[in-house]
Write a protein that binds this ligand. Sequence first.
Ligand code: CIR
Length: 258
Amino acid sequence: MTIALTRGVQPTIVDCELTYLDREPIDFHRAVEQHEEYEKALADLGCTIERLPSLPDNPDSVFVEDTAVVLAELTIITRPGAPSRRAEVTSVADAMRRYRGLAFIDSPGTLDGGDVLTIGRAIYVGASTRTNADGIRQLAQLTTSYGYTVRTLTTSSCLHLKSAVTQVAEDVVLLNSDWVDSSAFEKMRLIEVHPAEPFAANALWIGDSVIYPTGFDETSARLERFGIKVVAVETGELQKAEGAVTCCSIIVGTGPFV
Ligand code: CIR
């Protein structure tokens, strides 16, 4: 069984953190509809949606991915790089306790889940404005005993590592090589985003499909040419908050084959 933890969009999203984007008006009601469409896509792909409690005072709390790193053996509750987001972790820890043992990133470490891409036993972590060296050191300390290797990548021009690269099939990554060094993924097959679509590298891989934003038609066609099924969802209002598709859920495999 696969659980997808999500959290509803809050009206305060209009005051979200922004790093690389300029603020644009966000249509809250449209954002809610888009988020519901996203949850429906997850459910249609077989996920059980588990909604976390609303946090009206936390504008970015819909972007739950940043609060946890889920491995088969444990969940690491992060310490988000943006101080305004730190209170989001408590309810995520409460929910995740039922599925895995917990470990925590402590001060002065910071780590955003959006900076962590796990492929098999390799954990790629982005050194970003949100994830610092001590956070990466703690991540390595918590995971090496389980056989993981942690590899740090620097990203440029984007908020998180997973803005630049995501896994879209067992042996395939989708990436923007202007934002991350593609040689780190030499053992994988690579799909490069279309040059006119720099924000197109974030896809959420579920089974043999990806949940993928509308509007990146050229890159979407490249995914389909690789035999990857694209489930398109509109995310324009969430994108204005610098969010993408991986960031709106925490995917938790349960049972013996996680
Ligand atoms: C933030 O800056 O924290 C939010 N406005 C966006 C977070 C997006 N998270 C993600 O892609 N993992």
